[in-house]
Design a protein around this ligand. Structure first.
Ligand SMILES: Nc1ncnc2c1ncn2[C@@H]1O[C@H](COP(=O)(O)OP(=O)(O)OP(=O)(O)O)[C@@H](O)[C@H]1O
Length: 229
């Protein structure tokens, strides 16, 4: 299987005036094409930090990152942004949709960054919103939709640029059980399209659906269930 991203000996600390918090300690981790991986562990164990690094939003203090065929030994903002926009989709607990834009415009956003033409952008956004069952809501604003519907928009947005990797941070965290179930089904379907999905979650019912389940504690990976990468 094609390897998309690999961390070797990755560590990351946050330094404030008083304390130094070791958020990640010597992590080795890789994700291959089409995988469905869950990451769980207690609050503060480093899950969000790991997701930020996976999403090429941040860079480790020490260690090496290889992503989409490129090897980084230091923070290279431009290259990381380019790789991120072309290869990675994001889904957040708080949906993170832009209220000033319609649902359709929100889904078009990643394509806008990639300079895809207006017509192609619109068409792709409509197709995706149709796939997530929201074709009747194209001109609505995010706040006019339920939480479950907003998360479906966020999933459509994450898929817009046909990413090879999707990172999701507590995607069902703000949803009731019925909406969570619908979102979990949608995420599972998404892994059948060939994209890799890495999901951080406290919810055992979501974590258990993943083929590989990573457990973290105190900035370290303490266990992996399922096939090794
Ligand atoms: N910007 C920051 N500045 C200082 N410390 C931070 C910062 N971000 C995270 N930390 C600390 O790093 C550690 C790991 O945080 P992280 O957010 O990755 O954990 P988490 O597992 O995602 O937690 P949660 O489940 O509560 O979201 C924690 O001790 C946290 O307090």
């Amino acid at each position: 299987m094609t390897e998309l991203i690999r961390f070797e000996g990755v560590s990351k600390a946050y330094v404030s005036t008083e304390v130094r918090t070791h958020a990640l300690r010597d992590i080795d981790f890789a994700v291959s094409a089409g995988e469905f991986v869950s990451v769980s562990g207690p609050s503060g164990c480093g899950k969000s930090t790991l997701m930020n690094l996976l999403g090429l939003l941040d860079f480790p203090d020490t260690g090496e990152v290889s992503a989409f065929g490129q090897r980084f030994t230091r923070h290279e903002e431009g290259a990381m942004t380019r790789l991120r926009r072309g290869n990675i989709g994001f889904i957040f607990q708080a949906f993170n949709l832009i209220e000033d834009l319609t649902i359709q415009e929100n889904v078009e956003m990643p394509l806008h960054y990639l300079k895809v033409g207006t017509q192609a952008r619109r068409q792709r956004a409509r197709e995706l919103l149709d796939q997530v069952g929201l074709s009747g809501r194209l001109a609505h604003r995010p706040s006019q939709l339920s939480g479950g519907q907003q998360q479906r928009v966020a999933i459509a947005r994450a898929l817009a640029a046909e990413p090879r990797l999707i990172v999701a941070d507590e995607p069902t965290g703000n949803l009731d059980s019925r909406n969570s179930e619908a979102i979990m089904n949608l995420l599972e379907e998404l892994t059948r399209t060939g994209a890799a999905l890495v999901v951080v979650t406290h919810a055992p019912e979501l974590a258990e659906r993943a083929r590989r389940r990573v457990r973290m504690q105190d900035g370290q990976i303490i266990g992996v269930d399922g096939p090794a990468a």
